[in-house]
Design a protein around this ligand. Sequence first.
Ligand code: ADP
Ligand code: MG
Length: 158
Amino acid sequence: MAKDLEIVSVSPEYTKETAAALGVLLQAGDYLCLHGDLGAGKTTFVQGLADGLGVEDEYITSPSFALVNQYAGRLTLYHIDLYRLRGPDDMDAIGFAEYPGRGVAAVEWPERAGDWLPAERLDIFIEYDGENGRKIVFRASGDRYEALLEGLCNNCRR
Ligand code: ADP
Ligand code: MG
């Protein structure tokens, strides 16, 4: 199994830049799960992903009531937030199993999806590290995501 990639972000901008670098590398069908407490920076990360995917929409917020927001870019970005999920009926209602289709999916509160999550995916864990600091850990499950992380590492400033 590939080693986790760990970085320390020092600002929201840094988190967005890192996410944008990942967004540039995404391919159709990619599945990203974003873990972390409220205010950790999951949505901030998705804003950077959107930048990297060439999404022109400036206003990306958590789709708390709709559960899913969709943005057009180089690939369609499906931003899914399960924070307000009430149960399996909601999963059916949003057609959770259909994502990412030919786009890419970024899921906040993925643990609420339980067994619905695909086994192969990129997990991203964001933890507080002071007011503007965040530890971001990337964990790849499956060959595609190991290659994706490798690509991201090659772009890392070290
Ligand atoms: P979540 O979606 O995880 O609830 P948000 O992305 O909505 O979190 O909010 C994160 C908040 O933390 C934003 O106000 C953001 O400006 C702030 N923040 C401070 N430092 C960072 C950082 N290094 N990375 C991401 N967000 C940060
Ligand atoms: Mg959020």
